[in-house]
Design a binder for this molecule. Structure first.
Ligand code: SF4
Length: 334
């Protein structure tokens, strides 16, 4: 469905019965395309070290000296992938702070993970900006999809809070597309300084990028960051963005992210209600969960039981990767 900017604007502002109607339509769009299913991913958090200095993130570069930093080893990653496999999940999401130091780890682990799953696995990366040749190597080793969130499509705001250019981020996404990765983007909603118009731009950008995946995270003010005193994000706005994305691009994967739960109890359930169709289970050790400070130590860590519970309550069946049955998607380039 093509929504005009004016239609998107009024849907983003919908509350009460108008919001319920919006969610009903977006669920119908999801169910027509995907059936009553949600895709399950398992995430491994590789490192809490990052060279970037995002003002909203406790793992920002300026915090490295005060944080209890870690890097997983290749063996640890493979053991965690085995734990993911044992639960029947076939999407292994490898994510971490943005640092070239994870490249040797990925290069060691990716072929081993593929071997572990006999090739029937989606290896999804979320490890930030790299050079074309570095992405190419990861693709050749067997990574098939990549999340690189644009966070905000407002170039001025992007530079102000990430200290990196939007242009560079988008160039990396184009590189990933060229290399045959399925790409995912994502935005943070309710960022201080963000306008509704720029949120509409975010929704349009997901289409322009031909993204296969797009996430929406409400802003969470995290301790020990320059934005710790900013107001917490609005879950209703985040949910309405999910619904608008679903109506605009029924075929894309939209996760119901843990930040929704952090901002409001039952938030992830509501994400599914608004049209999301992906849930991610965390496989980090308890020690590393406390060190991966994505929203500070108070983060909500998603377990398999939690996911099963809310999927069941939403009447959704959990399923595997959307990509590995297509030989073209799962091919390793020569
Ligand atoms: S949000 Fe990501 S890129 Fe930014 S500082 Fe945190 S880990 Fe690094």
């Amino acid at each position: 469905m093509t929504l005009t900017r004016q239609e998107t604007r009024s849907l983003l502002l919908a509350r009460g019965p108008a919001q319920a109607e919006l969610f009903e339509e977006s669920r119908k769009a999801r169910d027509r395309h995907w059936g009553r299913t949600a895709i399950l991913r398992g995430v491994i958090e590789l490192t809490n070290v990052c060279r970037v200095n995002c003002d909203y993130c406790p793992m920002r570069r300026d915090n490295i000296s005060g944080n209890d930093t870690y890097f997983l080893t290749g063996d640890q990653i493979v053991r965690m992938a085995q734990a993911i496999k044992d639960t029947g999940i076939d999407v292994v999401l490898l994510q971490g702070g943005e640092t070239p130091s994870v490249l040797p780890l990925l290069e060691e682990a990716i072929p081993k993970i593929r071997e572990l799953f006999d090739g029937r696995v989606e290896i999804l990366l979320n490890t930030g900006n790299f050079k074309f040749a570095q992405y190419e190597k990861l693709r050749k080793l067997g990574a098939t999809s990549y999340i690189l969130k644009h966070e905000t499509s407002d170039p001025v705001l992007h530079l102000a809070i990430r200290h990196e250019t939007l242009e560079k981020r988008l160039a990396c996404m184009r590189d990933l597309r060229t290399l045959g990765f399925k790409i995912g983007t994502g935005l943070i909603s309710s960022l201080p300084g963000q306008t509704l118009d720029s949120v509409i731009d975010d929704i349009e950008l997901a289409g322009e990028l031909d993204a296969s995946m797009c996430s929406v995270s409400p802003f969470v003010p995290a301790p020990n960051t320059p934005m710790e005193l900013s107001p917490v994000g609005d879950n209703d706005l985040a949910l309405n963005i999910i619904a608008c994305l679903r109506l605009s691009y029924p075929h894309i994967l939209i996760p119901s992210v843990s930040a929704l739960e952090r901002v409001g109890t039952g938030g992830q359930s509501r994400g599914l209600e608004a049209g999301a169709n992906v849930m991610t289970v965390n496989f980090s050790s308890l020690v590393d969960q406390q060190r991966y400070l994505i929203y500070g130590k108070e983060r909500f860590v998603v377990t398999l039981d939690h996911v099963r519970d809310i999927a069941e309550r939403s009447g959704l069946t959990l399923r595997g990767s959307a990509f590995i049955d297509d030989p073209e998607d799962n091919r390793i380039p020569a």
